[in-house]
Design a protein around this ligand. Structure first.
Ligand code: C2E
Ligand code: CA
Ligand code: CA
Length: 743
């Protein structure tokens, strides 16, 4: 028999021509089917063979688990000295009969131990106990793997007959059955032990969820009793809304294993973190898959890890989800939609209207208190699955993961507006009010990516703020096209700054009495696409993009150089420069502004710049800002000799009180006040402003004088200076110089 033939190949023929009597066979088979130990079955086999072949002494050796040595198993008739001597012998192609048979997987017949080369190194061992011949048969498993060897010894030099060989084969086969039975029952015992004792829950179900088996740990972890378990509903055991669960089913239904973390729910409704492995298997005759769910309760491990990760994911002040984590949640929602084409959700971006003022006036500690209360109030209005996050500062965001119609969203935001605008009572017993503006974007109607979604909500929020705050807005396509236009404009402006595409025009301002040009206002123009673009079209975009800082600096350098040209020509004419509110946005920017002016001055005229001929025009809205630093900055400018004018006076927050507090020199009454000279109310207002300015020792300029009637009107009001198309339009520098010299 070859080493590679299997048991199944020779079993039928063997039984037909069995050399062993049926009775003896039955004895062995009964032992095999019963509980008898491997050792006793192998003993019985040896005894059986010895009885059958009188005079023979049999031995069974087993191959060690590393497959290198033979270990004694059953040889009751052979002397212990011999058995012990060969126990553990290393197998090899020429190691006696058994070592060679086990090594080669082939029968090895040695008729005369004394003369056979295989026995040369060891022959004294058998010969000393009277053994002279040895026939050995490898014991092979069903798969043809060598398990050990069966040997028959004789105390004489002897060759086997055909029936002897058949007997050896049968003995080896029986030994193989015994060894394999022992192995598999040991394996089963092992599996059973593992199943019952492992600290992981193990549950086996068919495709319909019918429980085929569950181990004790499963019931321990689930806090449930065996009787409760008929069918396994993963949707009840693991949290349904979890994205992972959807992914899990997709995987296992297509026959793939799954591993991940889920939030479990025990029988008593307590939740826990589970590390879950699902193995998918199919017996050859099955049509559907069966599943083995193995999971462990990792709540403790997780909560330790969570404390560490908490800071990374949550805002320490409000305990809300922080910006990166909220973005992650949005990404998760977007990913989920890949599994469900009908998935949709809404995103609400919220911003408190006057929070900066609260912070500035009450301090950060009380500001924080307000934020905590705001978070609580929003939470009280939220749905179970909604996610609220704080993006930073006074910016909050809400993800509404379910399909919600616009009407319901509107109601929700209205409710939020209402609860947020109620009074806040702080620890210090101070009472404050704040209000909410919100922008809403929806997936997938408005946007399909995180970035776009944020962008859309941002644009909607911007609109809400523009329209007077305490409002909310849904994103719409108009906003998108506006945003695209602004983006284009911003890009073009960036290039314009690099390419020096701006120029300054100057509009003369005349004195009210003699109508002489005493001053000009520098007005920026953009040479773009072959036309001159007016500032109203691009200043807002420059402000929104921050490019205004660079543009403002350019305007000032240009205007200051022109002022020096006037000086050089002996002209006594001052220049007004418009400064955007954005350049006063922060303390740093204010410092930058002052530095840029002084630096330019020292650069272009180190021996002393005529600052007294320079006016900076700022708008009223600026004066609503935090005061101390601003007053300081304006004072610094005035100390240089620069004058400060309030532009477009009367159009902003018309609180007159600031006029006395701020270091201001000139008021420019906005052109809207003289549009209709017959409007008595307007006339009264202009008179009042002039009177007030006189009292505060401020100069008054009126803008927008276009007609005789308007000129007559303002002349009557005794203003100091007049600006308007009636006298001059804004002019290029050369045209301006011509006009001045003609004058
Ligand atoms: P502003 O500071 O109020 O400038 C006066 C505006 O009124 C100028 O428009 C001027 O051309 C226009 N104007 C002058 N007289 C009359 C008149 O009789 N009738 C009418 N209807 N309009 C008159 P412009 O040049 O288009 O500038 C618009 C605004 O852009 C300015 O308003 C100012 O706020 C801003 N701006 C202009 N240049 C600059 C600049 O260099 N920096 C900054 N930050 N803003 C600037
Ligand atoms: Ca102006
Ligand atoms: Ca103005």
């Amino acid at each position: 028999m070859s080493a590679h033939s299997t048991k199944n190949d020779y079993l039928p023929s063997l039984i037909k021509t069995s050399a062993i009597s049926a009775k003896r066979y039955a004895t062995i088979l009964t032992m095999l089917l019963g509980e008898s130990s491997l050792k006793s079955v192998l003993h019985a086999i040896v005894r059986l063979i010895e009885e059958k072949n009188f005079g023979s002494k049999s031995s069974i050796l087993l191959l060690s688990s590393d497959g290198k040595r033979l270990l004694k198993a059953a040889a009751p008739s052979i002397s212990d000295s011999y058995n012990n001597a060969i126990n553990g012998i290393e197998i090899g192609p020429k190691v006696g009969s058994c070592g060679a048979a086990a090594f080669l997987g082939q029968r090895v017949i040695v008729e005369d131990i004394a003369s056979h080369e295989n026995w040369a190194p060891y022959r004294e061992l058998p010969l000393s106990v009277g053994l002279k011949s040895c026939w050995s048969e490898p014991i092979l498993s069903g798969e043809g793997e060598v398990l050990g060897s069966f040997a028959m010894y004789y105390e004489e030099v002897k060759a086997p007959r055909a029936e002897d060989l058949a007997l050896i084969s049968e003995a080896a086969l029986l030994a193989s059955l015994a060894i394999e039975r022992d192995r598999s029952s040991r394996f089963q015992r092992l599996c059973g032990g593992i199943f019952n004792q492992m600290p992981l829950a193990l549950l086996i179900t068919d495709a319909k969820g019918t429980v085929l088996d569950a181990n004790p740990s499963f019931f321990d972890i689930m806090h449930s009793a065996k009787t409760d378990l008929a069918a396994f509903e993963p949707h009840c055991v693991f949290e349904q809304s979890s994205i992972e669960l959807a992914h899990l089913f997709e995987q296992i239904r297509s026959g793939n294993a799954w591993h991940g973390e889920l939030i479990g729910r025990r029988a008593d409704d307590e939740s826990f973190y589970a590390d879950v492995n699902v193995t998918v298997f199919k017996e050859s005759e099955d049509i559907e898959y069966s599943y083995a769910w193995i999971f462990s309760d990792i709540t403790d491990k997780k909560s330790a890890a969570e404390t560490i990760h908490y800071q990374a994911k949550f805002d320490p002040l409000t305990q809300l989800v922080n910006r990166p984590h909220l973005f992650e949640k949005i990404e998760q929602q977007i990913n989920m939609s890949k599994l469900n084409p009908y998935a949709c959700f809404s995103f609400i971006l919220m911003d408190l209207d006057n929070f900066k003022q609260i912070n500035d006036s009450l301090g950060h500690k009380l500001g924080d208190e307000v934020l905590i209360q705001v978070a609580e109030r929003i939470k009280a209005c939220m749905g179970k699955n909604d996610v609220l996050g704080r993006l930073g500062g006074d910016e909050f965001a809400l993800i509404i993961p379910d399909e919600v119609c616009p009407e319901v969203l509107s109601k929700l935001v209205q409710q939020l507006n209402q609860v947020i605008s109620q009074e806040y009572l702080l620890d210090s017993h101070q009472r404050v009010f704040t209000r909410l503006s919100a922008g809403i974007s929806r997936f997938p109607q408005d946007a399909c990516s995180l970035e776009q979604l944020l962008n859309c909500a941002d644009q909607a929020l911007f609109c809400a703020k523009e329209q007077g705050r305490n409002q909310f807005h849904f994103f719409n396509d108009q906003m998108q096209s506006d945003a695209e236009r602004t983006a284009k404009l911003t890009n073009a402006l960036k290039l314009a700054i690099e390419n020096d595409a701006f120029e300054l025009h100057y509009q003369p301002i005349v004195c009210a009495k003699q109508h002489k040009i005493r001053h000009v206002e520098a007005l920026v123009r953009w040479r773009h696409d072959g036309r001159l673009v007016r500032p109203d079209e691009f200043i807002p975009a420059a402000e929104a993009s921050g490019l205004i800082i660079e543009l403002g600096r350019w305007v000032r350098v240009e205007a200051m150089k022109t002022l020096l040209e006037f000086e050089a020509l002996g002209l006594d004419i001052g220049i007004s420069i418009n400064v955007s509110t954005f350049e006063f946005w922060s303390h740093d920017l204010q410092d930058c502004l002052i530095n840029s002016i002084t630096e330019t001055a020292t650069k272009i005229l180190p021996e002393g710049f005529p600052f007294h001929k320079l006016t900076l025009e700022i708008t009223e809205s600026l004066l609503m800002k935090e005061q101390v630093h601003l007053i300081n900055s304006l004072s610094q400018l005035r100390e240089l000799g620069i004058k400060i004018a309030i532009d477009d006076f009367g159009t902003g927050y018309s609180s007159l009180s600031y006029l006395s507090e701020f270091p201001v020199d000139i008021i420019k009454i906005d052109k809207s006040f003289i549009r209709d000279v017959n409007d008595k109310k307007q006339a009264a207002l202009v008179s009042a402003v002039v009177a007030l300015s006189r009292a505060l020792n401020l100069d008054v300029t009126v803008e927008g004088v276009e007609s005789h009637l308007q000129l007559a009107f303002v002349s009557e009001k005794e203003v100091d200076s007049i600006q308007g198309y009636f006298f001059h339009k804004p002019l290029e520098k050369t045209a301006l110089l011509e006009v001045i010299t003609k004058h």
